[in-house]
Design a protein. Structure first.
Length: 321
C-alpha cells in the first residue's frame, strides 16, 4: 500500500470513531470524563509526591556528600591522635611505674637485709658491744691526737721553709742592690775618667790637627801645580765636556744663594762635608791632596778646603758647566 492509501484509511477510521461517539448517550460520555478527571488528580498528586521525594533524596545526597569529608577528616584525626594519646598516656604513666618499681626495690632490699641479719645469728652480747664502743672511742682519740701532731709538725716545717725562703730572697735582694751600687759607682767613675781622658785626648788631637794643618798649609803651593802641564784641566775639559757636567748643586742650607768665595774665607762645616768631596781629583785633572785638604764642589766652583779649620786654601771659578 502506498502512503496515500494509508492516510485515506486512517482518516476513514477516525471518522467512524467520531460518529460512534456522537451516537452514544450523554451519560456514557460523562462517566469516562469523571474517571479521567480522577485519574488526572491522582496523577498530579503522585507527580507532586514523587517530586518531593526526589528533592528530599537530593538533599539527603548533598548532606551525605558534605558529611563524608568531615567524617573522613574525623577518622583521620582519630587515627592520628590515637597513637599520640597512647604515647602521652604512657609517658604520664611512666613516672608512676618508676615510683612503683623503686618502692618494690626498696622493699626487696629491706627483706634481704632482714634475712641476712637472721642468718647471722643472735644479737651481740652487751659486753662485747661495750668493748667495741670503747675501742671505737680510743681509735677516735688516737686519730685526733695523731692529726694534731701532724698539723704541728707541718706548721713547723712550713715555718722553717718560709724562713729559709725569706732569708734567701733577702740575701739575693741585698746582693742585687750591692751589685747595682757597684755598677753605678764604676759607671760614674768610668764616665768621669773617660770624660777627663777623652776630653784631654780630644783637645790634644785638635791641637795636633791644627799643627798639621798649619804645616800642610805652609807646604801647599797653589801656583806650583798650575805650572805643570799634567794638571792642565782647562784643555782636558774641552775634549771631555760631559765629564764636567755634574748636574744641579743643592745647598746644605735652604734659601742660601751663591756667593763668590775667595782664598782665606772660612766655610761652615756643612759646605765641606763628605757629600761634596771630590774623591778622585785626577778624573778632572786636579792635583792630589794630602793631610787635612780636600777638593770640594761649591756650585760650579772648586774649593780646596782645610777640613780641620774650614779655611779655603785654593779656588777655581767656573770649573763645572
Amino acid at each position: 500500500m502506498t502512503m496515500k492509501q494509508l492516510m485515506s484509511a486512517g482518516s476513514a477510521s477516525a471518522l467512524a470513531m467520531a460518529m460512534a461517539l456522537i451516537a452514544l448517550p450523554a451519560k456514557a460520555v460523562e462517566v469516562p470524563q469523571a474517571q479521567g478527571a480522577d485519574r488526572s488528580d491522582r496523577d498530579g498528586n503522585q507527580a507532586l509526591q514523587n517530586r518531593g521525594d526526589r528533592n528530599q533524596a537530593r538533599e539527603n545526597r548533598g548532606r551525605r556528600a558534605a558529611d563524608r569529608p568531615r567524617q573522613r577528616n574525623a577518622d583521620r584525626r582519630g587515627a592520628r591522635s590515637t597513637p599520640q594519646r597512647e604515647v602521652r598516656e604512657q609517658r604520664r604513666a611512666a613516672p608512676d611505674q618508676r615510683a612503683e618499681r623503686r618502692q618494690e626495690r626498696r622493699t626487696e632490699r629491706r627483706v634481704d637485709r632482714r634475712q641476712d641479719r637472721s642468718a647471722r645469728g643472735p644479737a651481740i652480747a652487751p659486753a662485747q658491744a661495750r668493748e667495741r664502743a670503747e675501742r671505737r672511742v680510743d681509735r677516735r682519740v688516737d686519730r685526733r691526737v695523731d692529726r694534731r701532731q701532724d698539723r704541728r709538725v707541718e706548721r713547723r716545717t712550713e715555718r722553717r721553709v718560709d724562713r729559709r725562703v725569706d732569708r734567701r730572697q733577702d740575701r739575693r735582694a741585698d746582693r742585687r742592690q750591692e751589685r747595682r751600687v757597684d755598677r753605678n759607682r764604676t759607671y760614674r767613675d768610668a764616665r768621669r775618667d773617660g770624660y777627663r781622658n777623652g776630653y784631654r785626648n780630644a783637645r790634644r788631637d785638635v791641637r795636633r790637627d791644627r799643627r798639621e794643618a798649619r804645616r800642610d798649609y805652609r807646604r801647599w803651593n797653589r801656583n806650583q801645580w798650575r805650572q805643570n802641564n799634567r794638571y792642565n784641566w782647562y784643555n782636558y775639559r774641552r775634549s771631555n765636556r760631559r765629564l764636567y757636567s755634574l748636574g744641579r748643586y743643592y745647598s746644605p742650607y735652604r734659601g742660601y744663594n751663591y756667593r763668590r768665595i775667595s782664598i782665606g774665607f772660612y766655610l761652615d762645616s756643612l759646605f765641606y762635608s763628605n757629600r761634596y768631596w771630590i774623591n778622585d781629583p785626577w778624573t778632572y785633572r786636579l792635583p792630589e791632596v794630602y793631610g787635612p785638604y780636600r777638593w770640594v764642589r761649591y756650585y760650579d766652583d772648586v774649593l780646596l778646603v782645610n777640613i780641620y779649620t774650614g779655611e779655603t786654601v785654593d779656588v777655581i771659578y767656573d770649573f763645572f758647566w
